[in-house]
Ligand binder design. Structure first.
Ligand code: FNR
Length: 359
């Protein structure tokens, strides 16, 4: 990245939503639509928001919250707050500094990020951008690469580059959206783009083409054997799948509907969290994403049992608006809102937030 690039924060920004307006003006139609779109009719995108809006917060005045903080331990790392950056593909579509800007922002804010398999910058460069900003090693988001050995080679490259946690995304095996990338932007860490397996006459492009290259539970069991580091699954909505993942030895889950971008009509991810929390019963940490736009939303996920949340589109609104500074500002705004919510709800630390169970 160009270290000489100087960027300024736009004036008058008070919330992540303000960055959405700026990003809308700055981005061309194609990246904007790629960023914002949901699948189908956008039902699950809307459901993520309306479900979070329906959850209320209970204020608890007069609590003594002096000495409060948002610090936590997660997979061996100490994070200043529970707001991680979600893995988002092709970040150079949104800003020339791409994933390195996000890594620097997460590091500067004492948090961390998940780097996508579809990152548009080399994994090693992103890890060193984080390290040079004083951050901890980022986590790697793994997409299945059509077959076992190719998938393992990708994970091993990330592990060799110092990524200490592997997050295996399992909810997006079928490529429904087709994005035409500009010539200079591609998934630089992949050996070659995946294409659907050829199908014979009478076979289905979905079942015998794309899905022939999708992972299954046996592949997960195999992957678990290969990876000695913490292995999380991202994209779990059903409690039975959470149970099966634990039995196969997964170390954590990200409860997520991929921001409403895969199967339109799945429930709001937040509505799936309580049943999974009940099933998992504290055996492994649960992370949450899909629809978080404010620190109050983050608090709602934490009170339902998530240990941390991932921030998707809002971070990219910041990136498109002001590069690393914009992403860092989005994280800070959400953290400020989270702190205020914790204080007003009477909880000085994350551990003090009472668990709301499914009623
Ligand atoms: C994503 N997401 C995603 N997830 C993943 O595991 N690997 C990836 O490469 C991507 N790429 C990606 C691109 C874009 C443009 C978006 C918006 C999302 C999903 C992402 O990690 C996260 O689950 C959602 O973005 C969370 O929802 P919100 O916060 O955007 O509502």
């Amino acid at each position: 990245m160009n270290a000489a690039r100087v960027e300024h924060l736009p004036s008058g920004v008070r919330t992540a939503a303000d960055y959405q307006q700026i990003a809308r003006q700055r981005l061309d139609e194609t990246p904007w639509h790629y960023l914002q779109e949901g699948s189908g009719e956008g039902l699950s995108v809307a459901a993520n928001r309306s479900a979070l809006d329906r959850i209320s917060l209970m204020s608890r005045p007069l609590a003594d919250v002096r000495g409060g903080h948002t610090r936590l331990q997660l997979f061996g790392q100490t994070l200043e707050h529970p707001l991680l950056l979600a893995p988002i593909a092709y970040q150079r579509l949104f800003h020339a500094d791409g994933e390195c800007a996000s890594a620097m922002a997460a590091a500067a804010q004492g948090g961390n990020l998940l780097v996508s398999s579809l990152a548009s910058m080399p994994l090693e460069q992103i890890a060193s951008a984080s390290q040079q900003t004083g951050g901890q090693p980022p986590w790697f988001q793994l997409y299945w690469q059509g077959e076992r050995q190719r998938t393992l080679r990708l994970a091993q490259r990330a592990i060799a580059a110092g990524y200490p946690v592997i997050v295996f995304t399992v909810d997006a095996p079928v490529k429904l959206a087709s994005l035409t990338l500009p010539g200079d932007i591609r998934a630089v860490n992949l050996e070659a783009p995946l294409t659907a397996a050829p199908v014979a006459a009478g076979q289905s492009q979905v079942f015998d083409g794309w899905m022939a290259q999708a992972p299954n539970w046996d592949d997960l069991a195999w992957l678990r054997q290969q990876i000695k580091l913490p292995l999380l699954l991202k994209g779990i909505l059903h409690a039975n799948d959470a149970e099966r993942a634990i039995r196969l030895g997964c170390d954590g889950l990200v409860v997520s509907n991929h921001g409403g971008r895969v199967l339109d009509g799945v429930p709001a991810a937040i509505d799936c969290l309580p049943a999974i929390v009940e099933t998992v019963a504290g055996r492994i940490p649960l992370l949450f994403d899909s629809g978080i736009r404010t620190g109050r939303d983050a608090y709602k996920a934490l009170q339902l049992g998530a240990s941390a949340v991932l921030i998707g589109r809002p971070a990219i609104w910041g990136l498109a608006s002001a590069g690393a500074l914009g992403v860092a500002h989005v994280i800070r705004l959400l953290r400020d809102e989270l702190e205020a919510t914790m204080a007003l709800c009477g909880n000085p630390t994350l551990a003090d937030i009472p668990l709301q169970t499914a009623s």
